[in-house]
Design a protein around this ligand. Sequence first.
Ligand SMILES: Nc1ncnc2c1ncn2[C@@H]1O[C@H](COP(=O)(O)OP(=O)(O)OP(=O)(O)O)[C@@H](O)[C@H]1O
Ligand SMILES: [Mg+2]
Length: 604
Amino acid sequence: MSNKIVKLDKLTINKIAAGEVIERPASVVKELVENSIDAQSRKITINIQEGGKKTVEVIDDGMGMESNDARLSINRHTTSKINNADDLFSIHSLGFRGEALASIVSVAQVEIITKTEESDLGIHLVIEGGEIVSDKQASAPKGTLISVKNLFFNVPVRRKFLKTTSTEVNHITEYVTKLALANPSISFTLTHNGKDILTAPKGDLIAQITAIFGENIARACLPINKKENDYTVTGFITKPEFSRKSKDYLYIFVNGRAVTNKVISEAVLRGYGTSVPHNRYPIIFLYFDLPPDEVDVNVHPTKKEIRFSNEAKVYALIESATRESLEKSGLKLFETVTETRHKPTTLTSIETKSLESSKKKLPVSVSPRERPDYTIVKSKEQRIDKFLPITDKNIELLEKSFERKKSIRVLGIIKDTYIVAETQEGLFLCDQHAAHEKINYEKYIRQIKKKSVSIQQLLAPVSVTLKPSEFEIIESIKENLKSFGFEIEIFGKNEILIRSIPAIMGVTIEFNSAKDMIDIFKTNVSEIKEKLDLEDLGFIKEIVSIFACRRSIKAGDKITLDRAELLLKELLELEEPFACPHGRPTIIILNEKYIEELFKRDYR
Ligand SMILES: Nc1ncnc2c1ncn2[C@@H]1O[C@H](COP(=O)(O)OP(=O)(O)OP(=O)(O)O)[C@@H](O)[C@H]1O
Ligand SMILES: [Mg+2]
């Protein structure tokens, strides 16, 4: 019988391993640039073509490699950065596994040109399928150039899964942004198809922030600085009003490595207290340094995740550092967010209690099963007959739905929030803000479907500075956004002008809403490009709710009874009037039978 188990060849082993380290062109950029940083470069240039799918080229002026080292570098587990397992617990370099180059050469066509200070000539290697196919001496400046072409050319399945060019460019730009912020003393340049995307000259951190994010954000920066034993926090946080809808502006660096880490981000949010609303995130550039043996970076193949040996200590330091930084800048002390929410007394509890105590007096006790429904109406299909004792008269009434609209009588508005009305069905409560949001949403969807979104030209166009990764994305969807009523003009290197918005959203747009809109566009690129199922575009719901929050009738706004009546009529004309775009109810009906029960009139 032949053997079933065979030893895989070197290329196959490396291709499998590459699956973990090299997911996409951005991973190639990350690995190559990290190598350049480890090689003490001062200037790093990254040139990519077709979102890195065609070429990723990284050129540095670092220490370079001797010929033999260069040949060895593409083998698995060859590294100059650690010698043995003990070194794993005190890692000072970004690389340490000796895997990156081996992985890259197994899934792409690679060339390396490198020279050290000491050698007169450099070496030029051409590698294909993981093997060196050309090995020559070459004159070259000190440093290293690595070019990676046709990523995944020999792994078609992976190549197929690569995202669109703009998505890949966005990932790469975001990585380079992080690497630049982590290393202000190094100058970074990123180009795509020959066009400059990001230039971060070397200098101090604030110079980097200004170059990448623009002056507005740089001006909003508040220094954060705290040291406790051998833990230090430095960097900048920004004023709470600069908060964003997305987490993309939480730049966290631990021992020089960009990471996402919940302990740190939650500690920062807690430090901000209630000054940053729920579900929003401040812009931060936070650098946390601690002894290498108190952090484990070897948790995940891409090293993005880390673990602290003393999380509580990290949390406490970051939280207090954040709070102190805000206080020092003259911002008043904010109450910290508490987890508990006010719990309303539930109707069931009142019911049981009152029923218990008055049991004896009630001639017939009502068993829960027989109780009439008290329900939130969710759709027109959910026939009102469910709420009413069925009589012929009612059914007739339901059939002519317009009758319902006619029969609404607004009684008043409570707390400037809920419209109270009387209808055939009973007592009718309507959340005025949700109702208005729903009406606007439906109008907007109708216009988009008819391809006739009415547009409001802004008297004063709003200018927004974008970070480089956002800029690429917005540029790529600029044309698509027109059909949604947004006209955007590219203005300057990292700036856009919003020239028009859908008329339904008003005549002006605040700067903060504009920023939120960009965040929404950014996270919904495929929906915007492909206009998937219009009925369920999360993107439109989000856009409408931004404007709704600021524009539509808000809870707490005073409206006249006539206006309220109009609003209800408009709402009830919709196909699905009973829930706002986010699925929250707009209307609650307390039917007659339910009210009767509350008043214990059901002995009849
Ligand atoms: N740009 C460069 N300049 C100088 N030396 C380099 C450069 N790139 C790679 N090397 C050398 O090649 C070796 C292998 O690189 P590789 O990225 O595969 O592994 P690593 O950086 O040691 O570990 P990791 O797999 O964690 O990145 C490095 O240890 C380094 O000695
Ligand atoms: Mg490396």
